[in-house]
Structure formats: C-alpha cells, structure tokens
Write a protein that binds this ligand. Structure first.
Ligand code: FES
Length: 101
C-alpha cells in the first residue's frame, strides 16, 4: 500500500435548500454507512450551496474535477464512489463538467 492510498478523499456534499430537498442528508448518512463497511477512505464535508441547484444532490471533489449530480441519493453507493473518483457512470449519477458550470 502506497502513501497516496492512505489519504482520505474529501467529498463536498451540498446541503443547501435545493440539495436538501433532493436528499443530501440521506446521501451523507448512506455514504457514511457504506464507506465504513467497505473501508473506502472518504471524508464527507457538508457545504453550502455550490451554485448548481436542481436535478439532484451536488457533490464536488478535486479528483473528479467536475461537479457531480446524484439524482437518486440511495444505492448503488459504488456508483457514487466511482463518480467522485472521476470514473464514468451510467445510472444515478450525472457528471457535469466544471467548464459547463
Ligand atoms: S442547493 Fe445544492 S447546489 Fe444549490
């Protein structure tokens, strides 16, 4: 295991009014439970409005270098983790390029 794999990936989760309506608090709780079981090293950081309201809960990570919309803040959590790691997803996550924001 190298030093980089020991680092936590910070994930900013919008908890503004719009994202709260889409279930941001449920998403935070669900991701906490999932990552504690899988031992994935993420740090969930509730944050204010990321100015991309509507269409799901907005997440931001430095690794993905784009905002991520989670339309269904429930399982499959693996897909959410892949999206925040910058991987392509086909289901509940829609990635939005930073340049489009
Ligand atoms: S309320 Fe989440 S982006 Fe605005």
């Amino acid at each position: 295991m190298n030093a980089q794999s020991k680092r936590f990936l910070p994930i900013r989760v919008c908890t503004g009014a719009g994202c709260k309506a889409w279930g941001s608090e449920d998403l935070i709780q669900g991701l906490k439970e999932h990552t504690s079981q899988t031992h994935e090293r993420v740090m969930l950081i509730p944050t204010k409005c990321l100015n991309n309201c509507g269409g799901g809960v907005t997440l931001k990570t430095a690794l993905a270098k784009k905002l991520i919309k989670v339309r269904n803040p429930g399982e499959p959590w693996e897909e959410v983790i892949e999206a925040v790691q910058g991987k392509e997803t086909n289901g509940s996550c829609e990635t939005i390029k930073a340049s489009e924001v």
